[in-house]
Design a protein around this ligand. Structure first.
Ligand SMILES: Cc1ncc(COP(=O)(O)O)c(C=O)c1O
Length: 371
């Protein structure tokens, strides 16, 4: 199940039919890529209308540009030779799970979690181990939790800032998890999809703390290139050859025009940072308005563009609750069961990547609906 996308399809259809729905469901930026980067991509179409295949692992120039970004932004080393440009980070997950694991291996995810991890792992006959994180830990894992969860696993996926909670691991805890996985021989996969979208301290990459970690990132969120379908993976040297062979056969090449745009986008991070300032403002509006709309407990999101709200005092059935909210208040959100099969019946995810005007209107509608 991937209810956020089911909901997005329905909302798109209803909006096309004329309904004025406020969109706090699917997580995508309300902005496009910076204009000057788009100009560069347009120019590459003029100079090279063919836009033919690139290397299966992506253009070397883009991989080098990403490595430079690691150096400048994090002070971390990334090797372009161990990098694969993927079709979204979603395509990256497919490659990583196939390259790093064998059927039957156990991979741990920490709930509430991005639902596609579970879905992709299950289609590959990999066993999913679910570890419940706690509100007191900001819905992030700790070494203590992993150590005492009573389950064994071959791989672990972490996500900070996270979808759906918008919360982050501290640098210290991230380093401890990296070290713990290294000691135990557990393949650590760090999904850094929301890096860049943080409202206080910026997120550190797991590459800083371990040479064995697999890091995924995407151009869909901070870089506002959602539909261009481009991401990247940095893998340890032992996986690179397998990743390359899989990428060749599964995708032949990531989209060329998207790689041209991505190459230039790193020169316009000032524009991307202004988008983050905008999400920050939206977040602050929600923090003030949600309690007035009857939401008592929600995550103190410090990154991504989501708030995860506890609605146990309002419903025991988050799917029904979100459906009623959509039909009666014309506000779309995502039921928590998408992210946490056990506890998500009493939670919802609210995305605030839409325009500030719409966020304010959504809050007005929710206050009226819940009064
Ligand atoms: C945590 C997380 N990882 C990965 C993805 C996949 O993004 P994409 O395939 O667009 O790179 C998403 C999308 O919402 C996400 O929330």
């Amino acid at each position: 199940m991937f209810r956020a996308l089911d909901m997005m399809r329905e909302v798109n259809e209803r909006a096309a039919a004329g309904e004025n729905i406020m969109r706090m469901g699917a997580g995508q930026p309300c902005f496009g890529a910076p204009e000057e980067a788009l100009d560069y991509a347009r120019a590459t179409i003029t100079s090279d209308p063919r836009q033919g295949y690139t290397e299966a692992v992506g253009m070397l120039s883009l991989r080098e540009r990403i490595a430079q970004h690691y150096e400048e932004y994090y002070g971390a080393k990334a090797n372009p030779a161990n990098m694969v440009i993927s079709v979204g980070s979603s395509g990256g997950f497919l490659l990583v799970f196939l390259a790093a694991f064998d059927a039957g291996d156990k991979i741990a995810i920490t709930t509430p979690t991005y639902p596609a991890y579970r879905n992709i792992l299950q289609t590959m006959n990999l066993q999913v181990v679910e570890i419940e994180t706690l509100a007191k830990d900001n819905y992030q894992p700790t070494v203590e939790l992993l150590e005492n969860c009573g389950q064994e696993f071959d791989g672990l996926i972490i996500n900070s800032p996270s979808n759906p909670a918008g919360t982050m691991l501290s640098d210290n805890e991230l380093e401890k998890i990296c070290n713990w996985c290294d000691e135990k021989g557990i393949r650590l996969i760090s999904d850094e999809a929301y890096h860049g979208i943080t409202y206080g301290k910026k997120a550190q990459t797991a590459l800083k703390y371990s040479d064995n970690v697999i890091v995924l990132n995407t151009f869909s969120k901070y870089f506002a290139m959602t539909g261009w379908r481009l991401g990247w993976v940095s893998v340890p040297a032992d996986l690179q050859d397998r990743m390359k062979k899989l990428a060749e056969s599964l995708f032949v090449s990531p989209p060329t025009i998207s790689q041209n745009l991505a190459y230039k986008i790193f020169d316009h991070m000032d524009v991307l940072d202004s988008y983050v300032a905008y999400y920050h403002k939206n977040r602050d509006i929600l923090m003030t308005e949600l309690p007035k709309a009857g939401f008592k407990n929600f995550t103190n999101a410090s990154g991504a563009f989501y708030v995860y709200a506890d609605v146990h005092h309002l419903t025991n059935n988050s799917e029904d609750y979100c459906r009623r909210m959509l039909d009666e208040a014309l506000v779309s959100t995502t039921p928590g069961v998408d992210f946490d099969v056990e506890r998500g019946h009493q939670a919802i995810r609210i995305c605030y990547a839409d325009s500030t005007e719409n966020i304010i209107e959504a809050c007005t509608r929710l206050k009226k609906w819940q009064s």
